[in-house]
Design a binder for this molecule. Structure first.
Ligand code: HEC
Ligand code: HEC
Ligand code: HEC
Ligand code: HEC
Ligand code: HEC
Length: 416
């Protein structure tokens, strides 16, 4: 991070001052922050065509800090990504690994001959290029949704695209408002289809029938839940206005509270008891999204009996289990030729789970605990070991931590 960060006030009245300040800081006229070329294929060096997010931080501190905390800012930095990219490249369909960058660092689409550089950056563990950074998103001008996967067109020039109709002028870039930025289709580009590795119709898409959901019909786009509206500065020192949170809450962050509701009915019938759990997904897409292949949500029932000792436990898994050429289970979705089992919660699905178990003996009451969480990473031993070795924090890496979604507890008196 060679850039020295000096807070700059971006106000119309201060424009002249900003201009010269930036000039000194960046060593180039601010107008050249973005490559001065409109449209067409990239001829500029990659760093100029897709300025690093650090460059936007100068004026968009709030956005930058939110984004930096998001999963998207680490899209080519995690140990799990490094290891699975390696496995992919060693697989028959892997060739050069470009397929993975298509979403994890989409500027590869403009620089297809840079794949080996991208791979080296990933292997360095501290990539100097962005994965899904500011430029990778805000230089998208069009998305061809007829293509599978939908294909983004970048326009590399002085203009950034966004959702504001009336952005304040600034010296770094021009701004153009596009409806696209407030539509789900924008996000679906990278969240629905793995290109090239699956034959047509072989494996269902990742999101499920999101278009047909109540949420989408009510106009709730991906952004409305995952870039929730807030009030604040869009650029440093500008007046407060409606802004969009860039921490992309998902598996982590606040939206989790609105993922599901659980209704629990417990019946004690003498020596056996029954717990009926109704899981209502409020999520207008599959839960979990079945990429990477080890994605799994667990519904856990725990019964505590005498002295709060565990007397029973059972789990249900929500996941897509992939099968490879030989029909064997695989966590590598890029090897998948079929789906062996698909228990993900479909968009807005209501599912009833029934658990039957022996009533705890000699206890005045029992605790019924129902909880749901994202499971930690799982897979073949050598894979898990490699991820652990590659992760700076080893087993403490976030991939090894289950993430709780919801927890319900009740105490049921038992007859003697
Ligand atoms: C250029 C491709 C791309 C686009 C466009 C994109 N995403 Fe993502 N997104 C990714 C990648 C890659 C990750 C995974 C990063 C990681 O964890 O390695 C991700 C992660 C996420 C996560 C976090 C997932 C988790 O497990 O918590 C959320 C939420 C998310 N994106 C929402 C959105 C929304 C909403 C939009 C549209 C405004 C969007 N994305 C557009 C590529 C993209
Ligand atoms: C269609 C776009 C797309 C493609 C292609 C793609 N990914 Fe992802 N990847 C995503 C998104 C989006 C997420 C976040 C998923 C979520 O949380 O729901 C993600 C998450 C991941 C994760 C878990 C988060 C992390 O960074 O540790 C790994 C690992 C991963 N991808 C590896 C790969 C590999 C390896 C390839 C190539 C074989 C690949 N992906 C291809 C979009 C894509
Ligand atoms: C010299 C300061 C400065 C720098 C550097 C800068 N911006 Fe901006 N940007 C602004 C100002 C000022 C606005 C207007 C904010 C407002 O309207 O409240 C803005 C607005 C935007 C918008 C909203 C446009 C719209 O139509 O919705 C986006 C997107 C954006 N900038 C992206 C970027 C990206 C990406 C970078 C880095 C490549 C960047 N900016 C670098 C000052 C800057
Ligand atoms: C995954 C794609 C994605 C990434 C990454 C991303 N943005 Fe955005 N950004 C959007 C979308 C979509 C909107 C419009 C949201 C809306 O209006 O609901 C937006 C809105 C904005 C706005 C105007 C609203 C606001 O919150 O101020 C600015 C400025 C902006 N982005 C700058 C940036 C900067 C700077 C970065 C990098 C630190 C960045 N964005 C990273 C997709 C992205
Ligand atoms: C009505 C709100 C809502 C809308 C609209 C919505 N989501 Fe989600 N999304 C959620 C919730 C809630 C979760 C679950 C968070 C949890 O359980 O931790 C989630 C989880 C995710 C995750 C990460 C979790 C995983 O299982 O891997 C991604 C990525 C994501 N959504 C992308 C999208 C995309 C892309 C769209 C648009 C097609 C979208 N979402 C539309 C509410 C929404």
């Amino acid at each position: 991070m060679s850039q020295k960060i000096i807070p700059i006030v971006c106000s119309i009245t201060g424009l002249a001052v900003i201009g010269s300040l930036l000039f000194v800081m960046a060593g180039a006229p601010p107008q050249e922050l973005l490559a001065a070329k409109g449209g067409g294929k990239a001829v500029k060096p990659l760093e100029k065509a897709f300025p690093h997010s650090q460059k936007c931080k100068r004026c968009h501190l709030r956005v930058f800090e939110e984004w930096e905390a998001s999963a998207q800012s680490r899209s080519i930095e995690t140990a799990a990504f490094r290891v699975s990219l390696e496995r992919f490249m060693a697989s028959p369909k892997g060739k050069d690994g470009a397929m993975c960058f298509r979403c994890h660092a989409p500027h590869i689409l403009e620089y297809p001959d840079h794949v080996s550089m991208f791979i080296k950056e990933v292997q360095s563990r501290d990539p100097q290029i962005d994965g899904v950074g500011c430029s990778q998103c805000h230089l998208i001008e069009k998305i061809d949704s007829e293509k599978r996967p939908p294909h983004p067109t970048f326009t590399l020039g002085k203009t950034v695209y966004g959702g504001y109709k009336k952005p304040v002028d600034n010296l770094a870039h021009q701004s153009v408002a596009l409806k696209l930025y407030r539509s789900s289709q924008y996000c679906v580009t990278c969240h629905d289809v793995l290109p090239g590795v699956w034959k047509k119709g072989q494996i269902p898409d990742l999101l499920g029938a999101w278009q047909k959901t109540k949420a989408e019909k009510r106009g709730k786009t991906c952004q409305s839940c995952h870039m929730p509206e807030q009030f604040g500065e869009s650029a440093n020192g500008e007046r407060n206005r409606k802004v969009a949170n860039h921490s992309f809450p998902g598996r982590f962050g606040k939206v989790r509270a609105d993922a599901v509701t659980l209704t629990v009915k417990t019946q004690v019938k003498g020596e056996t008891s029954q717990v009926e759990v109704t899981v209502q997904s409020l999520v207008p897409h599959n839960l979990p999204l079945p990429h990477p292949g080890w994605s799994r949500v667990v519904l856990d029932l725990t019964i505590l009996g005498k002295n709060l000792k565990k007397s029973y436990g059972e789990q249900r898994h929500y996941e897509r289990v992939f099968g490879d050429q030989k029909g064997k289970e695989t966590i590598y979705d890029f090897e998948a030729v079929k789906v062996l089992k698909d228990t993900v919660l479909k968009p807005e699905e209501k599912r009833v789970e029934i658990f039957t178990f022996p009533t705890p003996k000699d206890a005045p009451s029992m605790d019924v605990i129902v909880s749901m969480h994202y499971a930690e990473i799982h897979g073949p031993k050598d894979f898990i070991k490699a991820v652990e070795e590659q992760a700076t924090l080893g087993r403490k890496d976030r991939a090894f931590r289950p993430v709780q979604i919801i927890k319900y507890k009740e105490n049921i008196p038992l007859k003697k």
